[in-house]
Design a protein around this ligand. Structure first.
Ligand code: ADP
Ligand code: ADP
Length: 220
């Protein structure tokens, strides 16, 4: 489903060059639940950004469903990204002056979806994370765990094939973290491919495969 071939990534800031990833080869199959682990600064977020087409590799190839993307323009890449991926982040990234339902509808604004259909899809997505009763609330009226569930609903509303999660439980206590993890497991059982960066060994063990990164390389 997603394949990285000999991928490297270097960041250039002023005169300092940081090699974030070195010669990565990785295949993620349809339906997998993969956890990415490793110490701070080892390249996990960079790897997730490359997998999700948020960034381009310096060297090597990224393939999605067999298609090579390195020659694609930014517009086509953005289209592919919006169609294929849902993203969730440690810090939720909800818009605080929009109601929950409007946050969840956002990804559909870029598609040819009618207002009525947007509303229906957003309601369904919120129901699937157990938040039907919070649609009219604003994000800061919800607990952290509820906010992350809203973010999951927003990520899933466009029915992406792949969900990419960057430390989705990193800001949550263990109870709320487990609730979020249970939802990710359920989505995976329903067919969504999930790739998650995490520092939580318990959550990683619940996934199907653990990839360990150290100093820009896959070590296990
Ligand atoms: P992790 O997610 O494992 O903490 P990152 O992928 O964020 O690691 O970072 C890998 C390395 O690349 C680190 O040394 C980090 O400082 C560096 N880095 C990440 N993003 C940038 C950037 N935009 N500009 C310069 N260096 C960066
Ligand atoms: P952290 O995991 O350290 O909290 P974030 O989750 O805020 O970091 O962001 C992870 C990476 O994804 C960053 O490089 C950030 O620039 C990028 N990012 C965050 N939100 C978006 C977005 N909506 N669209 C594209 N890139 C994003």
């Amino acid at each position: 489903m997603i394949q990285l071939e000999n991928v490297s990534k270097t960041y250039q800031t002023d005169k300092v060059e940081t090699i974030a990833l070195r010669d990565i080869n990785l295949l993620i199959n349809k339906g997998e639940f993969v956890s990415i682990m490793g110490p701070s600064g080892c390249g996990k977020s960079t790897l997730l950004n490359l997998l999700g087409l948020l960034d381009r590799p310096g060297e090597g190839k990224v393939k999605i469903a067999g298609q090579e993307l390195h020659q694609w323009g930014d517009k086509d890449l953005a289209k592919m990204r919006n169609k294929t991926f849902g993203f969730i982040f440690q810090s939720f990234h909800l818009i605080n002056d929009l109601r929950v339902i409007d946050n969840v509808e956002l990804p559909l604004l870029y598609r040819k979806t009618s207002a009525k259909q947007r509303r229906e899809l957003a309601e369904q997505a919120l129901a699937s994370v157990g938040l039907s009763a919070r649609m009219e609330h604003y994000p800061n009226q919800l607990s952290g765990g509820q906010q992350q569930r809203v973010a999951i609903a927003r990520a899933m509303v466009g029915q992406p094939d792949i969900l990419l999660a960057d430390e989705p439980t990193g800001n949550l206590d263990s109870h709320m973290g487990s609730e979020v993890m249970d939802i990710l497991l359920k989505l995976n059982q329903q067919g969504t491919t999930v790739v998650m960066v995490t520092h939580d060994e318990r959550h990683a063990k619940q996934s199907g495969r653990i990839i360990r990164v150290f100093d820009g390389q896959l070590v296990a």
